[in-house]
Design a protein around this ligand. Structure first.
Ligand code: GYE
Length: 326
């Protein structure tokens, strides 16, 4: 995954160097009369607290950077995102940014953007396109590393114990980069010890409602669940409701690991209902606007812009919660 992205962005660099547009003007004679740079942003949806914070960050950063933002919400559907991108191409925006809901199936529409000489920046999630000249750069987290951090916490937590640890997993949106990578990173770490057994793994679509529903089914089918690994806070929070409704104590009877560290997740962590959260920062807006300006101006951009993130225990959550913005 990481290699794929790095090569991709390297390929993109060569194309970036060939681009000569500056300010709001571009080769196709589009842009704004007022010289403002226009960005078309095709968002995944509004499925989680992370996504809401990400949207806010993009909108605020665009305003602060003096970039006109055309924003669309695809409701977690690839066809809607493709439609939005096509409409941005038709409107001759200066730059397109999007967070691909799934990894596959983007080559055609990305080629259309390239043919229209509109640079594309991937934000948050990656695509698996072989033709890496189809986009300029990719800004977002290392999801494999996030999965590994979740696995490492678990290994430590059960160090020196030999009993089987039954794990259930709530995966993110099927086919999305964070679901694929958080699953594989976690699996890679825990496979070193056969006492860890993933007894059920299913998508909860990154939403609270689906997380709850799937956890209810997990609880019915499996009398002994020791650990829940949820690919985001929202699914974990939905699952907590299901666990409590089943008369069990989240964080005690069933240990819970999630990813994101949004405010609601951190609140549950501080209360001991979640045991560990791997942070994934949604605040990509300012860096995205910076990259967009550079790409449109034909400047060299980094191959890959990685988001910095940490992890939180309940004690750490208590300490940072008052300052948590999202
Ligand atoms: O973890 C999840 C959201 O792509 C990193 O998408 C993002 C993920 C995030 O729905 O909460």
């Amino acid at each position: 995954m990481f290699r794929k992205v790095a090569t991709a962005a390297l390929g993109g660099l060569l194309v970036a160097a060939a681009l000569t547009a500056c300010g709001g003007a571009d080769e196709s004679g589009s842009g704004n009369d007022d010289g403002k740079l226009t960005m078309g942003f095709a968002q995944v949806g509004a499925e989680s607290g992370w996504r809401t914070a990400n949207t806010k960050s993009v909108q605020e950063a665009a305003a602060a950077a003096g970039i006109e933002l055309k924003f669309s919400d695809a409701q977690q559907k690839q066809e809607n995102q493709i439609k939005a991108i096509r409409s941005y191409i038709a409107q001759k925006v200066d730059v397109i940014a999007f967070s691909p809901v799934v990894e596959t199936g983007w080559d055609q529409v990305l080629k259309e953007a390239k043919d229209a000489k509109i640079p594309v920046i991937l934000t948050d999630r990656a695509v698996d396109s072989k033709d890496t000249s189809l986009y300029k750069t990719f800004i977002g987290s290392d999801f494999v590393l996030e999965g590994k951090k979740a696995g490492e916490w678990l290994v430590k937590e059960y160090q020196g114990k030999s009993d089987t640890v039954n794990i259930v997993e709530l995966q993110g949106t099927t086919g999305s980069a964070p679901a694929n990578d958080r699953k594989s990173g976690f699996a890679d770490v825990i496979k070193a010890d056969p006492k860890f057994k993933v007894i059920a793994s299913q998508t909860g679509e990154f939403t609270r409602a689906k997380g709850k529903e799937v956890m209810e089914a997990f609880l019915k089918a499996n009398p002994k669940i020791d650990v829940l690994y949820a690919h985001n806070d929202d699914m974990g929070l939905g699952a907590i409701e299901a666990i409590e409704a089943a008369g069990k104590k989240p964080g005690v009877d069933i240990k819970i690991i999630t990813v994101d560290a949004v405010k609601d997740g951190m609140t549950a962590l501080a209360a001991g209902k979640i045991n560990f959260i791997v942070e994934c920062s949604p605040l990509l807006g300012p860096q995205l606007m910076d990259l967009a300006k550079k790409v449109v101006a034909g400047e060299t951009v980094p191959q890959r812009v990685l988001t910095e993130e940490t992890t939180f225990t309940p004690e750490q959550a208590k300490a940072v919660l008052p300052e948590r913005k999202y």
